[in-house]
Each structure stands twice: as C-alpha cells, then as structure tokens.
Design a binder for this molecule. Structure first.
Ligand SMILES: Nc1ncnc2c1ncn2[C@@H]1O[C@H](COP(=O)(O)OP(=O)(O)OP(=O)(O)O)[C@@H](O)[C@H]1O
Ligand SMILES: [Mg+2]
Length: 240
C-alpha cells in the first residue's frame, strides 16, 4: 500500500515545463523531505499531491486511488485525510488564535485536546491575539498547529520551518516526530535546511531540472556518494 504513488508526472505552466517525469512513492508512516533550488518545482509538486493543482501527463494515486479515475465524492474523502500548510500564511484575519483552533476542531469534529495543542506549540502568550496581528513566524506556528487538528493520514508542509527561530524549529520537529510515531501519519515536506533532512527524514528527494535525480534514504545517499553531509551532497550536485 502506498499513501502516494506518482509515475512519470509532467506539469508545465504555459510553455514553461516545470516537472518533466517525476517518480515518487510514500509509504504509511514515512517522513519524506523534498529539496531543490528556488523555482525547482517543489511547491508545484506539493500542490498536485494536495489535489489543488492539475497536471498534464502521468499518474498520481493517493491512498491507492488514481486521481484521474475518481468521483467527486471519492476526491472529497481523499481530501479529508490530508492537511497542508503552504507558503503564504495570510488567512484567518479576524479570528483570535484560540478561536481559530476551536473552529477547526469543530469543523473536523476532532477529539484533539486544544489545551495540549496550545501547550505543545507554546501558543499561550498569544491565545487572545488576532491572527493578522501576529508576526510571520507566529502565523506559521498557528497554521502548523491547525494542520494537525484533523489528525490527517497525510500531512503536506511547504517549508514549515522557514521563518521560525531555532527553538520553534526544534519544537516543530519534536511535534512532527511525535505525531508521526503516535498516529503513523505520513509527512511530506520541503525544506532548504539540509540538517533537517539528515536528522528527521526517512527519505529525501532531490528535484533538479524537473526530475527527481535522487530519491533515497539520507544514509544511503551519503554511503553511496562518500559525501560527509547532505549539505555537501546538495552543493556538489545542484548548480546555482
Ligand atoms: N501559477 C504559476 N504560473 C506560472 N508559473 C508558475 C506558477 N507557479 C509557479 N510557477 C513557476 O514554476 C516554477 C516552479 O515554481 P515552484 O513554486 O513550484 O518552485 P519551488 O521549488 O517551490 O521554489 P521555492 O524554493 O522558491 O519555493 C518557477 O519557475 C515558477 O516561477
Ligand atoms: Mg516553494
């Protein structure tokens, strides 16, 4: 059983090809990091996985269902098992942090303990602050907390730690790891921090020139290439 199974995926914007034959699988419980330079197509790939962007050619299956051969109802069911945090986090203007969490808990009919979520994400100091008045990193933290409320089987995070201070970065990774171990949920994320790939990801995919040049465990990449770190591997394999 694959949570995600992608074969020969192609996607262009107008005449500009971005994805030129991606092959990608995610199994239940895996944490997979996608890396690549700015504009490589990472966010585009995540948006296709989230079913909010179409594609030109290839096969995309989620939870063993081929996206090109499913009914609206099946698509709705698939979507209810996915949570995501994308790059811009400018939503939810007129709600306070605690109100937002309660709203999503009710919407998803989740039994998640909001007090625990607030404590885990250290959100108490801004419990009664309006979302739009938070700093960028705090908005990111609240958006991430919301993503876990529905207890998704698949969580898709686009640069979740960009803009977070070092303590918050550690906190988020502790949370992702705990969520993954407790629920068996699958996590797909992008990051520009190569240390996160080494420390936390089961597998890493390097997206370069529209293709997944490498898709393996960090250990296997290091042992087969002889590089000391994923950062060194990246710098030697990807041109500016
Ligand atoms: N809606 C769109 N219309 C036209 N071109 C787009 C659109 N979205 C993205 N692109 C282009 O597709 C390419 C891939 O963009 P994408 O955002 O997927 O890259 P990325 O790997 O996520 O980059 P970053 O690391 O900067 O977030 C870029 O050249 C971008 O300009
Ligand atoms: Mg991006």
């Amino acid at each position: 059983m694959n949570i995600i199974d992608i074969k020969d995926l192609h996607k262009s914007y107008g005449k500009h090809p971005v994805l030129k034959g991606i092959h990608f699988q995610a199994k239940p419980g895996e944490i997979i990091g996608i890396i690549g330079k700015n504009g490589a197509g990472k966010s585009t790939l995540l948006e296709i996985i989230m079913t909010i962007k179409g594609f030109d050619h290839g096969k995309v299956s989620l939870f063993n269902q081929d996206l090109q051969n499913i009914s609206d109802r099946q698509l709705e069911e698939i979507r209810s098992d996915i949570s995501a945090v994308l790059q811009p986090t400018q939503f939810y203007k007129n709600l306070k942090v605690e109100e937002l969490l309660k709203l999503f808990k009710a919407y998803y009919q989740s039994d998640m303990d909001i007090k625990k979520v607030m404590a885990d994400f250290k959100l108490e100091p801004h419990r009664k602050t309006y979302f739009e008045k938070l700093s960028g990193g705090w908005k990111q933290k609240v958006s991430l907390a919301i993503a876990f409320i529905s207890k998704p089987k698949l969580i898709v995070l686009d640069e979740p730690t960009t803009g977070l201070d070092p303590h918050m970065r550690n906190m988020l990774w502790a949370y992702i790891t705990e969520y993954n171990q407790k629920t068996g949920g699958t996590v797909i994320l992008t990051t520009h921090y190569m240390d996160e790939i080494e420390m936390y990801c089961d597998k890493v995919m390097l997206l370069n020139e529209g293709r997944n040049e490498v898709f393996d465990t960090p250990d296997q990449i290091l042992s087969s290439t002889g590089f000391q770190s994923i950062n060194e591997f990246y710098l030697k394999n990807v041109s500016i």
